[in-house]
Design a protein around this ligand. Structure first.
Ligand code: HEC
Ligand code: HEC
Length: 262
């Protein structure tokens, strides 16, 4: 009869061997798949003497700054398999554009910023993240929404806002503070797109229900659209949340007169 001890010993030896073989094969396959060459084959901006570590840091930096994977700029048969990438190829237009960006960043840092009087004492420089903030193109939330309003209307823009908020809230890619929607609403109001402005101000109230200013802006929208009762209600709400809102106080007094005579 086998005792527990006598099976345990050979088993743990076997286990150790299995682990060793597995580790070895994992390491060797990772090594074989490693995209990082000793020397770059096709450097046009980076220096020929760029080391593997520098190249790795640069490429990971690009990916992070744009919020993309390697395949955004490099051609591959299978995006998940490094051995199918041709990193030296220039067939991907984004790689070519990225070189233009690298030259632009170099020009800003080396030729322009160095002209500033206090630059010698400053350690500031521009990099991909400065503008891109985790996005393929460095758009602002306001630009994204404006573009959708122009092509598909305000309802689609509100959908877009919700989608972006779900995906990006908490990161640095877009400014989800109440100021963005507030500014966008006033832009629309300035163009006399009253319904669009009101829809955006309403969204801002929904997103910031405890803040006084979005109600004040919504009230401004209703007021300009001639909807005095709705303006009155929202100025009141704003004043309730922020008793120091002088504008709401002033507008409420004005509206009382108007509503009484209506
Ligand atoms: C935003 C675009 C962009 C992204 C994302 C990007 N690369 Fe690159 N990559 C470039 C550019 C541009 C070059 C060429 C630079 C030059 O010409 O000096 C390059 C060069 C390389 C090279 C050297 C090719 C040669 O000439 O031998 C390797 C390897 C490489 N990238 C790997 C990666 C890996 C791995 C990733 C993902 C972690 C990645 N890259 C992500 C733009 C990008
Ligand atoms: C000063 C701001 C700024 C900096 C810094 C910057 N970019 Fe850009 N980048 C832009 C703008 C703006 C666009 C969009 C241009 C357009 O669409 O006409 C863009 C577009 C791109 C595109 C093309 C996207 C497309 O879909 O056509 C790539 C790739 C890119 N940048 C990579 C980089 C990389 C890599 C870096 C760092 C080396 C970088 N950018 C640094 C502003 C910047």
């Amino acid at each position: 009869m086998l005792t527990q001890k006598s099976i345990k010993a050979p088993n743990s030896l076997l286990l150790a061997m299995v682990i060793a073989i597995t580790l070895l094969s994992v390491f060797s396959s990772v090594y074989a798949q490693s995209p990082w060459p000793e020397k770059m084959k096709n450097p046009k901006v980076l220096s020929k003497s760029t080391t593997t570590n520098e190249l790795r840091a640069t490429m990971r930096g690009f990916s992070r700054a744009l919020g993309v994977n390697c395949v955004h700029c490099h051609v591959a048969e299978n995006r998940r398999d490094f051995s199918t990438y041709d990193f030296a190829s220039d067939a991907n237009q984004n790689k070519v554009s990225a070189r233009t960006m690298m030259r632009m960043v170099g020009e800003i840092n080396e030729k322009q910023l160095t002209k500033l009087a206090d630059h010698q004492t400053s350690s500031l420089s521009v990099n991909c993240m400065t503008c891109h903030q985790g996005k393929e193109k460095p758009t602002t939330l306001e630009q994204e929404l404006n573009a959708v309003i122009e092509t598909d209307g305000v309802a689609a823009a509100i959908e877009k806002y919700r989608e972006l908020r779900t995906n990006y809230y908490g990161g640095s890619s877009y400014n989800f503070s109440e100021n963005t929607l507030n500014g966008l609403g006033y832009q629309l109001l300035g163009k006399e797109q009253f319904d669009d402005a009101i829809a955006i101000f309403k969204l801002n109230v929904e997103m910031n229900p405890a803040s006084g200013n979005p109600y004040d802006s919504l009230a401004d929208g209703y007021m300009q659209a001639g909807k005095n009762w709705l303006a009155f209600i929202n100025y009141s709400k704003s004043l309730e949340l922020n008793p120091r809102n002088k504008n709401a106080e002033k507008m409420l007094n004005k509206l009382k007169g108007v509503l009484n005579s209506e």
